[in-house]
Design a protein around this ligand. Structure first.
Ligand SMILES: [Zn+2]
Length: 396
């Protein structure tokens, strides 16, 4: 694939070694996470935002590793930023928008990073040698991986826990991916990848490929492009850490190229019953401790030992962010209320963003004139059963 002019390779975030794109998993020296880097002095805001006629996130390829002409893409990104005026009064803030990532090709924000991760493989000398490609997933990223790897015609495996949503399992197969359903929870699926694949494989796991969190940063670019300025507070449903780390990097890059001077407040929202990143942030730890007894009905957010936990905590500290935990019932209530009043089909995981904003309102954390963004990370069609059963539990 074509590398972009400003891209200057991958750097290990642990030992500082530099690598070309030929080394595109963890650091071969120390197993650290590799981070794409750029010559920011060579990129202007006009370079980043004058994207021509390209549809989707690849219009921002001035700050992506690969050029739009070589992208493996289904026009992911460029999702609507929808004004939610009723919530303005309810939250007591200036403006509220829902960034609806449910409208990505496979209904998830993870399509952004998967498009980058698969593009990295698109002109490989010997593509068959990459097989199988594999990852563990709570569901959405496995579905996305099956879809994008299908564009290369290669074999992929998604390891999902038995509790993963039926729609995810079905669509992994519909997209042509292989699936292993692992009894138990996400941690069981994660450990099954090495146990069950008796061969080398190419990992599409977040923070093993350097590109999945890199794709998430285009959310930050789009928020700036749509609002002509940055929002003040962004609520992000948080599981693996890749969205917090990626979106924070995007905001920081806008300051690096001189588009803005400040970054928004990022609020990581996790379930009360599985909040390792929030706990680490609140306790001043550099890295989350694995959550021992998870118990959330929102399977997408049940990641007990997040691969990007340290990166997410670090990003929250750099950007003077915050972390909150919310009860499942509040997340589901928020998602159904938004479906009933704001049209948008907010997934169960997305509902956590709105519940987090309510948490802030109740704690008197808003000053009253903020522009607030709620990141809806997935479409409600992923988990209509979970949302409907919440209503039935209310006697509806
Ligand atoms: Zn290293």
């Amino acid at each position: 694939m074509e590398l972009t002019p400003a891209f200057s390779g991958l750097v290990c975030t642990d030992c500082g070694s530099n690598f070309t794109v030929d080394v595109d998993q963890r650091c071969p020296d120390c197993e650290g996470v590799l981070e794409p880097t750029y010559e920011y002095d060579s990129v202007t805001p006009a370079d980043l935002f004058d994207g021509g006629t390209t549809t989707g996130q690849w219009r921002f390829d001035a700050l992506l590793p690969f050029g739009r002409d070589s992208a493996v893409t289904a026009a992911e990104g460029e999702t609507p930023l929808v004004a939610a005026d009723r919530l303005v009064d309810e939250l007591g803030v200036g403006e509220v928008y829902i960034k609806d990532e449910g409208r990505n090709p496979t209904g998830t924000v993870y399509d952004r990073g998967m498009s980058l991760a698969v593009t990295a493989l698109s002109d490989h000398d010997d593509p068959d040698s990459l097989e199988p490609l594999a990852l563990a997933s709570t569901g959405n990223s496995g579905q996305s991986a099956a879809a994008y790897v299908g564009r290369l015609g290669l074999r992929s495996y998604a390891f999902v826990p038995s509790r993963s949503a039926f729609s995810n399992k079905a669509m992994i197969n519909v997209h042509g991916g292989q699936m292993r359903v692992v009894g138990g929870r996400y941690a069981d699926a994660a450990s099954a990848v090495d146990d069950q694949l008796a061969t080398d494989y190419y990992s599409l796991q977040e923070f093993t490929t350097p590109y999945r969190h890199e794709g998430a940063k285009t959310v930050a670019f789009e928020l700036y492009a749509d609002l002509d300025e940055l929002p003040d507070v962004v609520f992000i449903p948080t599981s693996t850490g890749e969205l917090v780390a990626g979106i924070a990097k995007g905001f920081e890059e806008l300051t690096e190229i001189g588009a803005t001077e400040e970054t928004p407040t990022i609020v990581a929202v996790q379930p009360t019953s599985c909040g390792p990143i929030a706990a680490a942030f609140d306790r001043g730890l550099d890295e989350p401790e694995p959550w021992a007894h998870p118990d959330t009905i929102i399977g997408e957010l049940e990641v007990t030992d997040p691969a990007g936990g340290a990166e997410a905590v670090d990003a929250l500290r750099r950007l003077d962010g915050a972390a909150v935990t919310v009860d499942d019932s509040d997340s589901l209530e928020s998602a159904t209320a938004i479906a009933q009043h704001e049209v948008i089909e907010m997934g169960a995981a997305g509902g956590a963003a709105a519940a987090g904003a309510w948490n802030w309102q109740e704690a008197d954390q808003f000053s009253g004139d903020e522009t607030v963004v709620l990141l809806n990370t997935e479409s409600a069609v992923k988990t209509p059963d979970v949302l409907r059963s919440h209503l039935m539990g209310q006697g509806v």
